[in-house]
Each structure stands twice: as C-alpha cells, then as structure tokens.
Design a protein around this ligand. Sequence first.
Ligand code: SF4
Length: 399
Amino acid sequence: MIIRTLALFDRFKCAGSACKDTCCVRDKLVLDNKTYFEYQRVIARGDAFGRRMVASISERNGVASFRMRENGECPFLLRNGLCELQIRLGTDKVSETCRKYPTFSKEYGNYREIGCRFSCPEVLRLVLTHPEPFAVRERENDTEPVTFDNLNVELLEALYPVRDRFLKIAQDARNPLLVTITILLKLASEVEKAIERKAYGELATLIAPFEGDDPTGGTESEIGDPAIRDDLTARMLKLQSKLEYRKEENTVRLGKALRLHASETPEERLARERGFLAFMADRIYEYRKWLFYILHRDLLDAVRDGKFYARVRYAVITTLCLFELGSIEWKNRGNKFPPQRQEDFFRNYAREIDENEKNVAKFQKKLNGKAFALPRLLHAFAVQPGTAEAETVAPVEEN
Ligand code: SF4
C-alpha cells in the first residue's frame, strides 16, 4: 500500500492539558467495538468507576457512544484538561476517534491518504507558522488493501495526478488568490464533465497546460461584476449566519459581519478588500493553506460519486468566507488582524462548520442553488480592478 502523509505533521505534538481548545469537547463521541469491549470489562468489575462508566455510555442501534456533558465535554475530561481514561486505564484505552485525532486517514484502493484536522490548535499553529507550501511524503508498505470497495480503478489512476495538480495550483503564489480561485473552478467544471462522459483519458490533457511556465495554464481572465460580488458575499454571510453553532461568539460575529456588510457602499467594500489585501500581502498563504486542506482531504472522494466540481466549489467558497470574515474583523478592529486571530477563525470554522455534518449539508444545498452557479461565481470573484494582491511569499521550499 502507498501511504501519503503531509510532511509538516511529523512535527505535530499534542498540547495535552495546555491545549486552549481541547478536542474533548464535541457533539458526539462514538466508541469503536474494540474499545467498548474493553470498557465492558471495566464495568464488569462493578466498582465505582465501572458504575460511572455505565452512566456515561449510551447505546443506540448497536452503536455505543459517550453521553457528553451539557457543554459538550467528554464525561472523562478532568478539570486540569487531562483524560481520566488514559490516567486510569492507559493511553491506548480510549476510542479510536480520540487515539487518531487530529489525523484523518482515507483509503482508495492501494492508496492511503493521511492528513491532520484544522480544528486542532496545535495543527493550525504549525500550518500558519510555515508559509511554504505543504509537501506530501510518500512511502510504501506491505499492507494489502482490505477491499477495492467497488472502486473505479481506472478513474482513480486518472484522478490522482489531477488532484495533485489542483493542490499545486492552490499553492502557486504566482497567481493572485482570486485568479487561483477562477482557475480551480473552471478546471474543476471541465474535469467533472470528462468524468461524466467517462473520458478519463482526457483528464491528463486538461491539466497539461499547467505543467509549463505559465501559472494560469492559459486560463482566460473573467470580467468582474461588483454587483454579483456584493450579492454573493451577502448570501455567503447570511448562509453562515443560519448554521448551528455551539459557541455563541460565532453567531455574534456573523451578526456583526452582516451589519457591517449591509452598511457599506460598494465603494467602501472595495476599499476594505483592497486594504485587507495590502495588509495581508505576506500572509495570503494562510488562505491557500485552507484551500489546500479541503482539496487534499475531499477531492479524491470524487472517485466514488464523480462529484468533483462541488468539492472544489466548497473549498473555494469556504476560503472566500474566511477571507471575508477576516477582512471584516480587520476593519472592525481598526485595521488589525494578528495571526492568532486567524488561527481562532480557522479553528472555529473547521470545528463549527466544516466538521459538523448538518452544517455542511445545509451549506452544500445552498451552493447547489442558481445563485452560486458557475458563471456567477466567475464574474463575482474575478479580480476587481486595483485589487490584485501582491503576494510576497514565493513557494521556495516545501514543508
Ligand atoms: S485539540 Fe489538538 S492539541 Fe488540543 S488536546 Fe486535542 S489533539 Fe491535543
């Protein structure tokens, strides 16, 4: 099996009790069968801890999970931020979800892809303090794939280099961010059409123009339409304000963002964007990191359902949402937006929206509507005159 891991995450180290936003707070914590079996042995001892365990586990349709505290904390999270289960039973006696977090792993036939979640503050600290593009490390072991799971192997082999090309485009700082976004959307639409026609051989042809020196791959630029841009930005903010949040601060922040957006004239919005782009000139890579994160995690799943474009659109729109929220925050805070604040934004967004199935489903449903159709997206997010950001961080070395 070929195992592909993001190299940066070799440096990851859990902050443990010093974590500022522990992963032990979540909506649900499902117990895998092996762990549940271990816990039943503890329960069988009949002591006070076993009784607490009984009270802390619920079972529904054969699936066991912890009853989280009202505030979403794990029932075994101690006040000092440590895990009582690890202390009492051993570090390996926690559910697979806890053992693996913040990594995720996905298998596609002979390939295993491993990444790390942006909902973890330590992962984000690493990501945001390393401007250089992500590098993927590849190694091979003797593990046989468990199943090919009705995988379309021909499509997988054709899709792999396409996904990798998308990751390169996302990280190529020679294009302004909005040009990157235009390229990704257009190319994704062509890729999906080829997949629909089962013309898998065409996929290599579609990405070939990006192998030369021209970072745009000859993609024609679009003419921006500020009115569509305003409309779509307002829709993106409204859409986010209707999602479910555990933390009140998200609802408050979105309320403020909507009010500021509604109070600005189109000229003021453009000036805000320009100002923010200039302010972030050497930090635009932060948005490319987010874009990469979603594309890396999601794009290969198109091998199972052919939905390539929708996944790219989700990556792009969430990036733009974060950009807009960042720019509003920058304005509201008197032209300040420290990296620490960005880390909060990304982590909150990952945890509250991107890792919440209900929220993602609502989000995707809206994006399927006419308002977010490709021609509108292209006109809305074409580079507006005078706003092409100058990125000063060149992709010198991968990490
Ligand atoms: S969120 Fe990350 S750093 Fe914090 S406790 Fe979990 S794994 Fe460790």
